[in-house]
Each structure stands twice: as C-alpha cells, then as structure tokens.
Design a protein around this ligand. Structure first.
Ligand SMILES: [Fe+2]
Length: 202
C-alpha cells in the first residue's frame, strides 16, 4: 500500500481548497520544517490529507530560498513534456454510488468530468488547479489468474495494439452530457476541447 504521494502545486491555497472541498480529503497533519540545507535554504510545509485506508495525499507548500516561480513547472505530465493524460493520480472509492457522489460534487464545483467504464474498474476524471489529471475509481470485479497470465503475455508483446481506446462520457457543469467516441480520428475543432478532457484509457 502507498503511504503517501507528494506533489507541489504552483498555488498552495488554491490547491488546498481543491483537494479538501472538491476532492473531499481531510487535512490531518502538517510538518513545518526548515528546508534541507538549513535556515538559509528556506522552509516548507508537508501537508497531509487523509485519503482513506491508511493512505495519504501530500501537498508541499514551498518557501525555498532562491527558487523563483519561473524556475519550475507544477504539472506532473505537461511539466515534463508529456501529454496531460499520462501521469495522473487515482484514488479508490468503495462503490459505484460513492463514485456518482464524487462526480456530482465535481460538477457542482464547476469541473468538467469524464467517465469511463473499463472492464474491471469504472473511473471518473477531472483536473486539479495545475491541470493534473485526478481520478476516482471503483473496482467492479476481482482480477483473476487469467488477467495475470494475459499481463505476462502482453508484457513481451510489442506489436501495435489493435483494440481501440475505451469510449467515455463527458459531463459538463451546465448539465450537458457528451458521448466521447473511442477513436476521434479527426475531431471537429469545436469538439476538440470537449474531447481533450476525456481520459478514456487510464
Ligand atoms: Fe488511471
């Protein structure tokens, strides 16, 4: 089990508000210390949020000497040069009812939400204030020995995939629901923005 995962937001107060009010995590602990290197190096807060089942999510609140805003990028995917949907953070919920509650909370907060029924999990996705993709997911069946054997087989299979991406649904805060096809080969420019927020594979 992961004890905690820590990331650094660009704007700590804004992200604190998102992870407490929109994601629903409870602030449980802050470690405030001088930075590595001592007093001259500045100071930090390591801010813990309880995500359930003994796991925590952590935001750094950085006050490092000499680290300017332009020196670093916060997004964990685009900040590294990757597409926005690659590196992401998924949190588990216990039931599809709880997943629906999370979706409604996100929508009420003005967030665009995509939902994908994978064959072993159902997931919803949105973005945090830095554009990081966050996911709530619910297991819908146990993984089996067959899944493990397939995984071993796919591990050494580097032929191009032939299965299309999963289709998804996009929910907008204004009540609109858009079906996202599995393979938008040439999306219309007007639709590209809606498609852009799907995260149908992951
Ligand atoms: Fe995922």
């Amino acid at each position: 089990m992961i004890h905690h995962l820590a990331i650094t937001p660009k704007n700590f107060p804004e992200s604190h508000k998102f992870y407490t009010e929109v994601m629903g995590f409870k602030l449980v602990k802050i470690v405030k210390r001088q930075a590595m290197g001592g007093r001259k190096a500045g100071w930090t807060k390591h801010v813990f949020y309880d995500t359930g089942k003994g796991s925590y999510f952590v935001l750094w609140d950085l006050h490092l000497t000499g680290l300017e805003d332009d020196d670093w990028k916060a997004p964990i995917s685009t900040g590294l040069g990757l597409p926005w949907w690659i590196n992401h953070i998924a949190f588990e919920v216990d039931s599809l009812e709880e997943l629906e509650e999370k979706k409604q909370t996100w929508l009420a907060a003005g967030n665009k939400v995509s939902e994908v029924v994978h064959e072993f999990i159902t997931s919803i996705y949105t973005k945090d204030p830095d554009g990081n993709m966050v996911e709530f997911t619910c297991n819908t069946r146990e993984l089996t020995e067959e899944d493990r054997l397939e995984a071993e087989r796919l591990l050494v299979d580097d032929s191009p995939a032939v299965d299309p991406d999963y289709p998804g649904m996009i929910y907008l805060p204004d009540g609109r629901v858009i079906e996202a096809p599995s393979s938008p080969v040439e999306p219309e420019p007007a639709e590209a923005g809606d498609w852009e927020n799907t995260a149908s594979s992951y």
